[in-house]
Design a protein around this ligand. Structure first.
Ligand code: SF4
Length: 294
């Protein structure tokens, strides 16, 4: 019997950075808030609230308080409103997200119709869209794009999409455009997490994907894993059911880029308990077999 974790599971660079910025700021600034959850993980957001960093959902709730911008960024006009209101802004937007926003702005200024591959209701995509100054379309897959002639098209993606969807969109558009620019803005943290998940799913007879139910990159890991093996997407160990492990001997676990280490460790230990293997219980994520940060 084995329980292994996919390489590169858990916090990515951008999330670690955002959490560090938030905690550091909370030591030097009072009454700090985040505009929207700082990352898409309810348990981490709760932990920050315990430290006094609460999350508000709109500008009316800020009441002049110092404001942390979440890792996935905010709309350009919202940022302008914060500046106009002389709010102390602590920007924890991931640099890769900022870079994608710059590409959106630049392509539109150069006259391209911008096509964003992403989830139109996701805050990152809503923010990204606000940086595009001209014609813009948001599609979740190539199938959602109307088949007609386009002139000059620039494609950018939500940082957590997968490369296959981008390839399909490019393939569909090439015969339909006079000129096309594809900027692969899928972040490397996403790519390596997806590849490691596939690698482990192929050798497992059950996969557990850990992360916020509102986390785009975690949902994508679950979707990918389901292509290979039975998969459960959970937020915490409390959702685990013992019967999942009956007649299974190779369990794989993976976690989204916004899933804290302590939750992953709790899930791993709970799986061991379900499988009657408590002598291998661990305290740190580094002790879980297969863990490796690249
Ligand atoms: S997944 Fe990538 S783009 Fe998103 S926060 Fe992490 S490092 Fe940044």
């Amino acid at each position: 019997m084995s329980v292994k974790i996919a390489k590169n599971s858990g916090f990515c660079f951008g999330v670690k950075r955002a959490i560090k910025i938030a905690f550091e700021a909370s030591h030097s600034v009072d009454n700090i808030i985040t505009l929207g959850p700082i990352i898409h993980n309810p348990q981490m957001v709760e932990k920050l609230a315990e430290e006094g960093i609460v999350s508000v959902n709109n500008l009316n709730e800020i009441n002049g308080r110092p404001t942390i911008i979440r890792s996935h960024g905010i709309k350009k006009e919202t940022l302008q409103q914060l500046k106009a209101g002389n709010i102390n802004i602590i920007n924890a937007t991931c640099p890769y997200v900022s870079k994608t926003q710059e590409y959106g702005e630049q392509l539109s200024r150069e006259g391209y119709t911008v096509i964003i591959l992403g989830d139109k209701d996701h805050p990152e995509v809503e923010a990204l869209r606000s940086y595009v100054e001209g014609d813009v379309r948001i599609v979740g897959t190539a199938d959602e794009l109307p088949t007609r002639q386009y002139d000059r098209v620039g494609i950018i993606c939500q940082t957590t999409r997968n490369i296959k969807d981008l390839q399909e969109l490019g393939q569909k558009l090439i015969p339909l455009c006079r000129e096309i620019r594809i900027v692969n803005t899928i972040c490397n943290a996403t790519t390596v997490r997806q590849a490691s998940t596939i690698e482990l799913a192929k050798e497992s007879d059950l996969m557990i994907v850990i992360g916020g139910k509102n986390s785009s990159n975690t949902k994508m890991l679950a979707k990918i894993s389901e292509n290979y093996v039975e998969t459960y997407h959970i937020e915490t160990e409390r959702e685990i059911e013992e019967k999942w492990f009956e007649n299974r001997s190779r369990i794989g676990i993976t976690a989204g880029a916004s899933t804290p280490d302590w939750i992953i460790v709790e899930v791993y230990n709970k799986i061991l308990k379900c499988m009657g293997n408590i002598d291998k219980i661990v305290e740190n994520i580094e002790d879980i077999p297969g863990f490796k940060e690249e």
